[in-house]
Design a protein around this ligand. Structure first.
Ligand SMILES: C[S@@+](CC[C@H](N)C(=O)[O-])C[C@H]1O[C@@H](n2cnc3c(N)ncnc32)[C@H](O)[C@@H]1O
Length: 210
């Protein structure tokens, strides 16, 4: 579906100095914080373009409350989806890995509304217009008060100021924006403070450009 070999892209997680391991740690820290704050409630998670799922699944593997988590991971690549399944099967959480196009709104029909939405590794690979479209659609995936964790590089021209403004316009407040000066990656977290939107089928939110 895309030109990039996304299995090889994941190898950079193991490469010192790639920045990806630090970005992963920042994403996991936000997932952990959110799980701590939701205490013992059952919660629903959606991860779009989940890759091998190591952000959420890595966190759940180290917690004793994984059982309360129901999650849908949507990933197009068969090999990565298989790796995610393998990691998920070792957990007491209720995880489904769906090998499907995460840009199509109907793929989430049975998983909404979610309490946590992961949009990691998307905004650096799609057009600016598609980043905006995805943010505008995010309230369709969210329960009231849900949080969205997203990532984006800060290569010039840095889109993150616009991304943060688009989240605000879509009814979210900023919970965190982690952007170390010496690094190019960033991790943002936004909480829905407006009303959730009804989930619409037939939407197509983004196309990977590389
Ligand atoms: C940059 S990686 C991010 C993976 C993971 N979220 C992470 O942060 O480690 C992007 C992933 O999106 C997947 N992908 C690209 N287009 C997709 C689509 N339309 N639907 C589902 N997955 C897609 C790729 O196969 C790849 O695994």
């Amino acid at each position: 579906m895309t030109e990039t070999n996304w299995v090889e892209w994941h190898d950079a997680y193991e490469r010192p100095g790639s920045g990806l391991a630090d970005r992963l740690a920042a994403v996991r820290a936000q997932i952990n914080r959110w799980l701590d704050e939701t205490e013992s409630k059952p919660v629903k998670v959606i991860s779009a373009c989940a890759g091998d799922g190591r952000d959420l699944l890595g966190v759940l593997a180290r917690r004793d409350d994984a059982e309360r988590v129901t999650a849908l991971l949507v990933e197009y690549d068969a090999g990565l989806a298989a790796r995610a399944w393998e990691a998920a099967e070792a957990l007491p959480a209720h995880i489904e890995v769906r090998q499907a196009d995460a840009a199509q709104s109907e793929v989430y029909t049975d998983a909404v509304p979610a309490d946590l939405v992961l949009l990691c590794g998307i905004f650096g690979n799609v057009s600016d217009a598609d980043v905006r479209k995805t943010i505008e659609a995010a309230p369709q995936l969210c329960a009231a008060g849900a949080e969205v964790v997203w990532t984006r590089h800060r290569d010039e021209p840095d889109l993150t100021p616009a991304i943060r403004a688009w989240f605000a316009e879509a009814g979210f407040e900023e919970v965190a924006f982690v952007a170390p000066e010496a690094e190019l990656w960033s991790v943002g977290v936004h909480r829905l403070v407006a009303e959730p939107q009804p989930h619409e089928t037939g939407g197509h939110w983004f196309t990977f450009t590389r």
